[in-house]
Design a protein around this ligand. Structure first.
Ligand code: UGA
Length: 435
């Protein structure tokens, strides 16, 4: 199959490289000249484990290439994917669809012969119909189908998620489009991955409902963690105890500082707005959005409390800045709320993140960025674990204690056990567990 992928952001680049690896001929298109030039030189603009090698391999095999011009590959393509950004619109939280609309216009200009136009970007219900109308208006005689095929990959595990997904969702109502989609996902089909064919609106909603459900699960366990702290219970054991019930499941029950990233905050908000517009408000998701925003803001108070109620003149060592490990993505990261709040309380903040520091520098000011966890801790009054990078999981606790001015640790990801910290003589605070 021949594929054009419009947009070389996270989803576009990973999907393009994986489709090429499935054996298809893929051209990834982007307007950003510097991005395309970099990709042509084998440089990957995002941090994603395994992506650089996958791109290099498929470029070498002649299955993957990059272009500034959608006209170069679209006329011959069997499927053209729209994988452009859908950020929150400033002010009202709706998904901003201007890039999607623009892509539809561009595709309409150059498509030739039967083409399946696929929205892979996360788009509100009804967007497929809008894309269809835009193309139909520009090219009344064109032969095409518009399909919804949302992506469920996680940053940091994107390739694995694409190649071994729990399911593939395809919103395609006509036989011809279904056939092409089945062919594109052929290797997964052979692996017996469920490929769910449904109508377009259902497929579009499945994406938002999935993300909102996962965000709700996290928010639920975070609230349970708060309650655990009040009643002397242990949230990790609560999560295990409920997760063993097959109807609940063990995943996404890890309590922490609140979810962040480029998807959950944006998608929950967009779902809230869509539901309001259709006079069918989703009160649960509205509450989730509100609780999570408040939670991220409240995290710094834990640090202040751990330091005896005052941070003035103290040094806080922050380990991890990105919204989760294995990514350089800082979008809606809890650190963006925590660090300024520590500074506002009078702390000097010293921070380290294994790959996110360059991104962080532009967003978090007056922070002393240092190289490595032990340099961060040196002379600090408190250490705060904000992101659970693997390299923070096995710190030499004797060294930690000897380097710090006061051995106080606030672990917002529960990567240590309270008993090992007590034994090491570190004053340890975590989430939802007895001290
Ligand atoms: C999320 C979904 O997991 C993907 O399925 C989806 O495709 C993607 O959004 C998207 O819509 O593009 P991602 O944002 O990369 O993926 O990250 P997650 O691993 O889901 O984590 C999101 C946030 O939830 C992080 O801040 C993480 O720390 C937090 N989280 C996750 C918890 O606090 N507890 C958990 O148990 C799990």
């Amino acid at each position: 199959m021949r594929v054009t992928m419009i947009g070389t952001g996270y989803v576009g680049l990973v999907s393009g490289a994986c489709f090429a690896d499935f054996g298809h001929e893929v051209v990834c298109v982007d307007k950003d000249r510097s991005k395309i030039e970099k990709l042509e030189k084998g440089e990957i603009p995002i941090y994603e484990p395994g992506l650089e090698a996958l791109v290099a391999e498929n470029v070498k095999a002649g299955r993957l290439s990059f272009s500034l011009d959608p006209a170069a590959s679209t006329p011959k393509a069997d499927a053209v994917f729209i994988a452009v950004g859908t950020p929150s619109r400033r002010g009202d939280g709706f998904a901003d669809l201007s890039y999607v609309h623009k892509a539809a216009e561009e595709i309409a200009e150059v498509m030739d012969g039967y083409t399946v136009v696929v929205t892979k970007s996360t788009v509100p219900v009804g967007t497929g119909t809008e894309v269809e109308e835009i193309i139909r208006r520009a090219r009344p005689d064109a032969d095409f189908s518009v399909v919804s095929n949302p992506e469920f990959l996680r940053e940091g595990a994107a390739i694995e998620d694409f190649k071994r997904p729990d399911r593939v969702i395809v919103g395609a109502e006509d036989e011809r489009a279904q056939k092409i989609m089945r062919e594109l996902y052929r290797p997964l089909y052979l692996n017996e991955t469920p490929i769910v064919f449904t109508n377009r609106a259902t497929s579009e909603l499945i994406k938002y409902a999935s993300n909102a459900f996962l965000a709700t699960k996290i928010t639920f366990i975070n609230e349970m963690a708060d309650l655990c702290e009040k009643v002397g219970a242990n949230v990790q054991e609560v999560a295990r105890g409920i997760g063993l019930d097959g109807r609940i499941g063990p995943k996404f029950l890890h309590a922490g500082p609140g979810y962040g990233g480029s998807c959950f905050p944006k998608d929950t908000l967009a779902l809230v707005r869509t539901a309001q517009v259709h006079h069918s408000p989703t009160k649960i998701v509205e509450a989730v959005v509100e609780i999570n925003d408040a939670r991220k803001k409240k995290m710094a108070a834990r640090v202040i409390e751990a330091c005896g109620g005052a941070l003035e003149g103290k040094t806080a060592a922050v380990l991890g800045l990105t919204f989760k490990p294995n990514t350089d993505d800082m979008r809606d990261a809890p650190s963006l709320d925590i660090v300024p709040a520590l500074q506002a309380a009078g702390a000097h903040v010293r921070a380290f993140d294994p790959v996110g520091m360059r991104e962080a520098e532009g967003l978090l000011k007056d922070v002393e960025y240092v190289d490595g966890p032990y340099k961060t801790l040196d002379g600090a009054d408190v250490v705060v674990i904000v992101t659970e990078w693997d390299e923070f999981r096995a710190l030499d606790l004797e060294r930690v204690k000897s380097l710090m001015k006061a051995p106080v640790m606030v672990d917002l990801r529960n990567i240590y056990r309270p008993d090992e910290m007590a034994e090491a003589g570190i004053d340890y605070y975590s989430i939802g567990r007895p001290r």
